[in-house]
Each structure stands twice: as structure tokens, then as C-alpha cells.
Design a protein around this ligand. Structure first.
Ligand code: MTE
Ligand code: MO
Length: 410
């Protein structure tokens, strides 16, 4: 970490001074500013309200109020590779979420199959060696609303993702302090949120012990140089670089080392994908093996043109967007203006790290008037390329088909 990074890291005093978050920080917009966005979801209600009613959040696409599901308006991704905290998407399973967390009394338990159970305060974490990493946080069900046939679950457009610089401590360092006993197989994470019905399973997730100790998985207390917004997991969350954000447990207050595989609902029943190429099956198919969802796959998007864009005929056409490799870096982003017959390599922007969004840009030959379909595809550093056909599974997980936009040229 560079010294300038260190200067920006929160001092213990600054962090503790901002200790308690109060509810009612909502930015309220005048009624005339209320508007709707059309997510272009196939064959279903596609309009969503834009809301400014959530604490520490700007205008967001409202998918559900309780528990909050807030989507990032897609034009945000054209402004840079880091998603501003106040535009970062929000997803909670259960509605019982603290409206404030008192940092002075907040504690994280590290317990289970360890030699020295710990109870760590924020002040303890702030004294440990710090790491910083840029990483995409993407919901397993990002883009679920585009599945055909449609599937149950949050009907997200493409905005259930975001990229941030995360600052915190290595999970490995925390586990080493507790001393893992022989025979440990997994580490389970729990947060302050609770089920809103007695029978509901508390949201908990786990990682294999080797993954938890890989030195990359971290506990973050900062996002883009500021403390985490409450709705993104203040004061501490798990970061699992390259993996879907179902594992990125928020408001983390409990770390339990297990000596047997985790059989809890959220690992054994929910968030499972077909163990098939692209996690894809045909609708109605049964009898396939499933595994817990895990690593992300490459994706790329246009950010300066949409289906509603009109461009000039006979003028060079600049296009740009963002891409990410999934659980590794971006090797190449290519654009096609002829239905995928030929592909043009684009110029990649600054590399902020293998797990980050990366900007791409290029200029296309002047188009003739009429309709123009453009496609964009990413190849990651493992040589994996986005598929030309969409995958399908009942959970609506892991969509990464090549994206396309249809422009009007006039
Ligand atoms: N405590 C807690 N952490 C959680 C969840 C949750 O419901 N509770 N949802 C997970 C899922 S499915 C997603 S997509 C991400 C969303 O992270 P964000 O709200 O910061 O964007 O949080 C993850 N961590
Ligand atoms: Mo998610």
C-alpha cells in the first residue's frame, strides 16, 4: 500500500467519531423530480420508479422497499470504473436491519473450531495491517429480469453490480489470531440483520477453509475511501474478490470456524447452480447435480449508447463501456457491428486490478442511416469468452451473454 493510500485510511479517531449512524438521512427530492426508468425486461412490467428515499443513497432504481433492493441507474457506469457509494446497489434478504450501529460497542466474534476465541472491536481492526483492493460486487441474480422464460426472484436489470476500492484487513490475519484447530473445513459468516419471520432462516454464508485463508478475502471497513454506507454493510463486511456477492456478508459480527461442511439453508438449498457448462439447463430439466454458486464469469457492457440512442449517419462513432473478467482480469474487449461476423479490438483503460471494472473504448466506422446493432464481448485472462447464447437456470443466476444495443442512425 502506498503512503498516500495510508494517509487516506481512516484514523481510529475519525472512524469512532462518526460512530453512530442515524436513520432519516434520506435525501428527499421534490415531487416533480420523481421519474421512472424502463429496464427493457422482456414481456413483463419493465418500468421502475427512481427513488431518493433511502439513507446515504442518491437516486436509485426501486426494485423493492422492504427488505431494500435498489439498483444502480445504468448511466452511472459511464462516469468511471468506480461506482460512487451513494449510487451503489443494495440487496438485503430480510427486513430486520439495524438503522444505526454503535461502533463503540460493536464486536465481531471469532469462534468455533479455534484455539483462542476472539471478540474484536472496530478499534482492534483499525490497528491491524491494512490491505486495499478494487473489486466488483455483483449479485448472483444480476440481469435476472432478462431471463426467458422468466424466473422468480428480484427482477434486476443490469445494475445489481458495482465496483469499489475496498480497504480493510485480511480474513487470514484474523483467523491466524484466533488459531484454527486441525480439522477445520469451513468458515461461516453472520451479520446483524435478522429474519422478519420466526421460521425464516437467518442469512449466513460460508467459505471453504482454504478460500477463507487465501490472503485475498478481506473484512472491509472502507469503500472508495469512506466508511461503508449503512445499507452496504456498515461498519464491516466481507469481500470475496471474484466471487458473487451472496458471499460478501454485510454488517458482519460473527465468524465461526466449522469442523464439518456447512449444511445451512443458504449453502445447501439456496444459491445453488447446475453443475453444467455456464450453469445452464433447459427449462423443465431435472436430475442434474447442483453446486453452491461460486466464481464470477466475464461480462462487458456499452455505457455511452443504449437502444434509445440516435447517432449521426456518416460520422465516426465513438463507443465505450466497462468490462470485468469475473475471477481474473480482462484480456480483451471486442465490438462487432455485423452480428458477430467480425470483431474489432477496443482500447482498454487503466488497469485497476484483476477484480475491478475496466473501461474500454473505440471508434467505429461511420454508419449508414437506419438501424445499427452493436455487440460487445469480453475475453478474460483465463481465455474464457462471453457466450453468444444466454444461459438459463431456475435461479436466474450468472447471466453473461454477449450484450447488444440497437441504435438509430439518422
Ligand atoms: N448480512 C447480509 N449480508 C448480505 C446479504 C444479506 O441479505 N444480509 N445479501 C447478500 C447478497 S445476495 C448480495 S447481492 C450483497 C449485496 O451487497 P450490497 O447491498 O452492498 O450491494 O450482499 C450480500 N450480503
Ligand atoms: Mo445477491
Amino acid at each position: 500500500m502506498s503512503s498516500s493510500d495510508r494517509d487516506q485510511a481512516p484514523s481510529r479517531r475519525r472512524f469512532l467519531a462518526q460512530a453512530t449512524l442515524v436513520s432519516g438521512l434520506a435525501v428527499t427530492y421534490p415531487a416533480w423530480a420523481d421519474s421512472f426508468v424502463d429496464l427493457g425486461l422482456p414481456g413483463g412490467p419493465s418500468q421502475r420508479e427512481l427513488t431518493g428515499a433511502f439513507p446515504q443513497k442518491g437516486r436509485m432504481v426501486l426494485q423493492r422497499s422492504r427488505a431494500p433492493l435498489l439498483e444502480t441507474p445504468f448511466e452511472t457506469f459511464d462516469r468511471g470504473v468506480f461506482t460512487p457509494n451513494n449510487q451503489f446497489f443494495v440487496r438485503w434478504h430480510w427486513a430486520v436491519i439495524p438503522e444505526a450501529v454503535d461502533v463503540a460497542s460493536f464486536k465481531v466474534a471469532v469462534r468455533g473450531h479455534v484455539n483462542n476465541p476472539l471478540s474484536l472491536s472496530m478499534a482492534d481492526f483499525l490497528k491491524m495491517p491494512r490491505v486495499e483492493l478494487a473489486a466488483v460486487n455483483q449479485c448472483s441474480g444480476n440481469s435476472r429480469g432478462y431471463f426467458q422464460p422468466r424466473v422468480a426472484g428480484g427482477q434486476w436489470g443490469n445494475g445489481a453490480m458495482g465496483n469499489a476500492r475496498w480497504t480493510g484487513v485480511r480474513l487470514r490475519d484474523v483467523l491466524d489470531r484466533a488459531g484454527i484447530k486441525n480439522g477445520a473445513v469451513a468458515v461461516r459468516f453472520n451479520g446483524l440483520d435478522q429474519p422478519s419471520v420466526d421460521s425464516g432462516p437467518d442469512f449466513i454464508k460460508s467459505l471453504d477453509i482454504e478460500h477463507a485463508r487465501d490472503g485475498e478475502v478481506m473484512l472491509a471497513f472502507e469503500m472508495n475511501g469512506e466508511q461503508l454506507p449503512l445499507l452496504n454493510g456498515f461498519p464491516l463486511r466481507l469481500i470475496v474478490p471474484g466471487w458473487y456477492s451472496t458471499y460478501w456478508l454485510k454488517m458482519l459480527n460473527d465468524i465461526e470456524v466449522l469442523d464439518a461442511p456447512d449444511q445451512n439453508f443458504w449453502m445447501a438449498t439456496a444459491y445453488r447452480i447446475p453443475d453444467t457448462p455456464h450453469a445452464s439447463v433447459t427449462p423443465g430439466q431435472t436430475g442434474f447435480k447442483t453446486v453452491p454458486i461460486n466464481r464470477m464469469v466475464p461480462r462487458s457492457f456499452f455505457t455511452n449508447v443504449t437502444d434509445k440512442t440516435t447517432v449521426k449517419a456518416d460520422a465516426a462513432l465513438p463507443v465505450r463501456g466497462i468490462a470485468f473478467g469475473g475471477d481474473c482480469g480482462v484480456a480483451a474487449v471486442e465490438v462487432s457491428a455485423d452480428q458477430g461476423k467480425s470483431w474489432k479490438k477496443t482500447t482498454l483503460g487503466r488497469d485497476a486490478g484483476a477484480y475491478s471494472f475496466r473501461q474500454w473504448s473505440t471508434e467505429l466506422a461511420p454508419p449508414r442511416s437506419g438501424k445499427l446493432t452493436l455487440q460487445v464481448r469480453c475475453t478474460n485472462t483465463k481465455g474464457e469468452v462471453q457466450p453468444s447464447e444466454p444461459n438459463w437456470n431456475g435461479g436466474g443466476y450468472m447471466r453473461n451473454v454477449i450484450e447488444q444495443v440497437e441504435l438509430t442512425v439518422a
